[in-house]
Ligand binder design. Structure first.
Ligand code: PXG
Length: 289
């Protein structure tokens, strides 16, 4: 059965689902998106993802033409249409069809695309053994240019970072802020563990306000101290543990950064605890498809 894609009010087959080449999402990267996971017939943190989608849209003055509740229904329907109990949903809202000029006022109808699919970012053994990452020259967006909390269709910095990492033979790129603090990776937030305290950079300084990041903070509460604080690569090199979080990546341990071994070079006990608790939560929590 061919994959079914939701496009502007109805489901179409993958080969039929098409947008105009005059859509400003394509011409200018003018739009916003979300990536959401379903586990065992339940969508994880659905309302958090939908809320963030509408906040990103508000920040770029794009009015999504349907209510949040309808958006949630469409996301669930996309999974049902494709018989997916475990999957990945990509919601894309573009500014819509306009003309060859930046002016978004020429685009009268935003486009809504919802793709339900599968995803596996890293091989299973990397979750056990950890990954190696590298700091790249491309900086994360700064709040003075494009607020990093906007999950926009403009991912070129992140893509350039990914290319730099690939050129260095690594899968993931560590991106810094303009003044040299650790921001996040190309598609994941970052945490370090220092003296048993979890530390992650503040989202307002150069990171997406990640939903998995917030889940980790919740899981940790009552067990480990956790805080948002700026830190530099020096702090990272000397941390006891490091891991990345993201809807697609989930929680992945990092054991080497720029050639420096983190801790003893194996995923640490705090990271392993969080992975275990995260997996339990994704199995029990969520909105039924
Ligand atoms: N930082 C960035 C820049 C991201 O794009 C995250 C962190 C993690 O946030 P969540 O809320 O997912 O915990 C993201 C997540 C995709 C895709 O292709 C999307 C992301 C990451 C990787 C792939 O849909 N966004």
């Amino acid at each position: 059965m061919e994959q079914k894609i939701y496009l502007n009010g109805k489901f179409a087959t993958r080969s039929e689902a098409k947008l105009s080449v005059f859509d400003h999402g394509l011409l200018y990267g003018d739009g916003v998106f979300e990536g959401i996971r379903a586990y065992g017939g339940k969508v994880f943190k659905l309302s958090e993802h939908v809320d963030r989608l509408y906040m990103s849209a508000k920040a770029i003055m794009l009015e999504i033409p349907i209510e949040k509740s309808k958006m949630s229904e469409i996301i669930l329907a996309a999974l049902r249409e494709n018989n997916l109990k475990d999957g990945y949903v990509r919601v894309v809202i573009t500014r819509g069809e306009g003309d060859l000029g930046l002016d978004p006022r020429k685009c009268s109808h935003p486009s809504i695309v919802v793709i339900a699919d599968k995803i596996q970012l890293y091989a299973d053994e990397l979750y056990k053994n950890g990954i190696e990452i590298v700091t790249v020259a491309t900086h994360r967006n700064s709040p003075s240019t494009l607020d990093p909390r906007i999950k926009s269709l403009n991912y070129l910095n992140n893509i350039m970072a990914k290319i730099e990492a690939a050129n260095a033979g690594m899968t993931e790129a560590l991106m810094l802020t303009g003044d040299g603090y650790v921001a996040e990776c190309s598609g994941d937030n970052i945490f370090i563990v220092v003296k048993n305290i979890l530390v992650t950079p503040p989202a307002s300084a150069g990171a997406l306000d990640g939903i998995t990041r917030n889940v980790v903070m919740e899981i940790a509460s009552g067990v480990y101290e956790a805080c948002e604080k700026l830190f530099t690569p020096y702090d990272l090199y000397n941390a006891e543990e490091c891991f990345l979080t993201g809807t697609a990546a989930e929680i992945i341990p990092v054991v080497k950064v720029d050639g420096r071994t983190i801790g003893n070079g194996k995923p640490g006990s705090v990271t392993s605890f969080l992975i275990k608790k995260f997996r339990e939560l994704t199995r029990t929590d969520g909105t039924s498809i």
